[in-house]
Design a protein around this ligand. Sequence first.
Ligand code: SF4
Length: 254
Amino acid sequence: MEEKTRHHEVSADRLNVHSIETFGTHDGPGIRMVIFTQGCQFKCLYCANPDTIALEGGYWLDVEELVKRAVSQKPYFGKKGGVTVSGGEPLLHRKALKTLFSRLHEEGINTALDSNGRLIDQQTKDLLAETDTLLLDVKHINDDWHHKLTGKSNHNTLKVADYRESTGKPMWLRYVLVPGWSDQEEYLHELGQRFKDFSTIQKIEIQPYHKMGMHKWAALGMKYELEGVEPPSQDLLNKTVAIFKQYFREVKVN
Ligand code: SF4
């Protein structure tokens, strides 16, 4: 079932921004301006930016102001770079992002969307049509584990993946590897099986779990459930890469 938008998803020409990074190299092709939007419907236990989860907060910027900043950075983007919108969850702002991405295309700037795929409706589809690369975060292939990790189902994420495949436009998968939570061999294989025939998936990126956001949870008065969990060992990373290589043409550890 399609999810209703909330009251704050109203503006087509202003965006609720948490922060902006210049010269990002980890979120999409080449060198990029990365816009982090405010608000997320997931609550991932490992979220490194829990201050982006609350739907209230952030600051409003006009789409045209963002376009102006992107244009000023265009010389640094090179052939592959451009603008990535991440979060939080950018699909909460899909109407404004459609406007932003259309404008960026008019300026000859590449667009990428880093999303957990939580919302799939016509507005999502309209935004994906303006998205050169979709970076789709699949938090877990098993829905029970997905619930445990994020508080929500993975159904819409998988629907977004299927829809993207149907459009033939490029997509990268991203997978946060958390020991004891998302490293079960059977599910890594299940994820590979689910996507192995997708022609639009250019690569899968493994994002090793880290604790860098832990202090932010404490600062927000929120309990950090993964306190005893350590980042994946080199052995586990190697094993996961080897499994994914059976299914994906490129596997990268971020
Ligand atoms: S989807 Fe991203 S922003 Fe949302 S809770 Fe998970 S890690 Fe945090």
